[in-house]
Design a protein around this ligand. Sequence first.
Ligand SMILES: NC(=O)c1ccc[n+]([C@@H]2O[C@H](COP(=O)([O-])OP(=O)(O)OC[C@H]3O[C@@H](n4cnc5c(N)ncnc54)[C@H](O)[C@@H]3O)[C@@H](O)[C@H]2O)c1
Length: 306
Amino acid sequence: MSEVSGQAHDGDVVYSGYGNRTILERLALNHRVAIVTGAGQGIGRAFAHALAEAGAAVAVVDVDAGKAKTVADELATKGARATAIDADVTDPAQVREMVDRTVSTLGGLHVAVNNAGVLDGRGPLHEMDEAGWTRVFDTNVLGVIRTTQAFPPHFRERKAGTFITTTSIGGHVAFPFNSLYHATKWALEGFSESLAFELSKHGIAVKTVAPGGIKTDFLSRSLVLAQHEAYAPLMAKALAAFTNPARASTYSTAEQIAEVVLEAATDGKDQLRYIAGQDAKASYAQRKAVGDEAFRKAVDQMFFGG
Ligand SMILES: NC(=O)c1ccc[n+]([C@@H]2O[C@H](COP(=O)([O-])OP(=O)(O)OC[C@H]3O[C@@H](n4cnc5c(N)ncnc54)[C@H](O)[C@@H]3O)[C@@H](O)[C@H]2O)c1
């Protein structure tokens, strides 16, 4: 692992320069070090760029070493300090090493973004196996717990530090044929809320960012996995609702969600939850307004009709 420089990424979004950020915005995280897990693509990559644009040195972590290096190269190209770390959040030794390497290479640690997650195993529960649901929990839940537990010594010594965990609007509401995914994201919301009580007394902030739909291939790629004849008509209806263009029109770009992560990293507020994206805010507000049971019935109606 070493600090890197190189060419811009040739992916769906080409990042260059600092966009429209003011000088003040570019200094918001000056002399701060951030780490982002699952930063090799998707919204984690956008988070890494936003944090770097705010002046942070960034450790770009991904289980895919090539992707981590590409994104660290992108950050270096725009003048940021960055380092690529290939680490798997399901491996406790790699997680500990990831934290130590970030501190030793970039000279500290101030913002930790738990973002690595998988959406495998969607579909009827009946069709999922032990190995599949273990992998989802091992990454989405235990991965966050492992990384979070590895940081506090670095944060406690300075009585400062911020954890931001990417949960999902799926950690506040539930939709059909996503039982495992929702279980992991609801778990993270409860984990974070409880943890905030003990860490806030040491000056450490715990925050969650809950995006709605993202204009990436995350949803469509994962929806086709598990199938079962007994659930086929229901699955077809659910798929039609999920892929309804009207629904997708309210989804956010990764860059829009990254602005919310930047806000959480820099606002200094005692605030646990940041609901991110137009669709997520609407679902969250509707559930609060009508109550849990009425919301659940409305979801059933929306997906499956009368
Ligand atoms: N895309 C969405 O619609 C959406 C909506 C809400 C929340 N989220 C959450 O946002 C996060 C990122 O989603 P995305 O859409 O960018 O996903 P993505 O699949 O595009 O990217 C995830 C990245 O994490 C890496 N990764 C996977 N397992 C890992 C592991 N064990 N250790 C280290 N890195 C690992 C992958 O290599 C990949 O680069 C996830 O936690 C997801 O649950 C996504």
